[in-house]
Design a protein around this ligand. Structure first.
Ligand code: HEC
Length: 155
C-alpha cells in the first residue's frame, strides 16, 4: 500500500528538519553587537538633534525624522536582551541586574518610546520651544535606563 503511516512520518520528519535552521537561536555575541549598534544609531540621532537644539545647525527639517527613528528603535529594544546575553554568558555593557528586573527594564524602554513619540509630535507642529524641552526629556529617558542597567565605564 502506498502512503501508509510510515510514509507520513518520513514526510513529517523532513518538514521538521527543513524548519530547524529558521528556529536556530541567534548567537549571544551577535545579539550584543546588534543591540549596541542600535544604541549607537540612537546616539547618533541624539547628537545630530542636539546640534540643532543648541543652534549650531540652523536647519530643523530633519528633526522629526530623528525623533521617529528613536521612537521606532526603542519600541523593539527590550526584545534584544534575551537571557543568554547576560554578562555571566557573554561580554556586554549591560548589568546582570537587567535580567533580574525585566519589568522595570521594559518600562524604561517604553518610557523612551513615549517621550520620543512626543518629540516627533512637537517636531511636526513646528513648535521649537516645546521641541527643545521635550528633547531634554528624551535624553533623561536614555540616562534613566543607563543609570540602572548599563555598566558605567562601558563607553
Ligand atoms: C531600556 C534601557 C535603555 C534605554 C531606554 C536606552 N539604553 Fe542605551 N544602553 C542600554 C544598555 C543595557 C546598554 C548596554 C548594551 C550592551 O553592551 O549589551 C546600552 C548601551 C548604549 C550605548 C553604547 C553602545 C556600545 O557601542 O557599546 C549607547 C551609545 C547608548 N546606549 C545610547 C542610548 C541612547 C542615545 C538612548 C536614548 C535615545 C538610549 N541608549 C536608551 C540600555 C538602554
Amino acid at each position: 500500500m502506498h502512503g501508509g503511516p510510515f510514509h507520513v512520518m518520513k514526510r513529517l520528519l523532513l518538514l521538521v528538519l527543513l524548519a530547524l535552521p529558521a528556529v536556530a537561536a541567534d548567537k549571544p555575541a551577535d545579539v550584543v553587537r546588534y543591540r549596541q549598534s542600535v544604541m549607537k544609531a540612537m546616539g547618533a540621532h541624539m547628537t545630530a538633534t542636539s546640534l540643532v537644539v543648541k543652534k549650531q545647525i540652523g536647519d530643523r527639517s530633519q528633526l522629526a525624522a530623528h525623533a521617529v527613528s528613536i521612537r521606532d528603535l526603542s519600541a523593539g529594544l527590550a526584545t534584544f536582551f534575551p537571557a543568554d546575553s547576560s554578562p555571566d554568558k557573554v561580554k556586554t555593557g549591560a548589568k546582570a541586574e537587567l535580567w533580574q528586573k525585566l519589568p522595570e527594564f521594559r518600562a524604561a524602554a517604553e518610557s523612551l518610546r513615549v517621550e520620543a513619540a512626543k518629540l516627533a509630535e512637537a517636531a511636526k507642529k513646528g513648535d521649537g520651544r516645546s521641541f527643545d524641552a521635550q528633547f531634554a526629556r528624551v535624553g533623561a529617558a536614555c540616562n534613566a535606563c543607563h543609570d540602572r542597567f548599563r555598566v558605567k565605564d562601558s563607553d
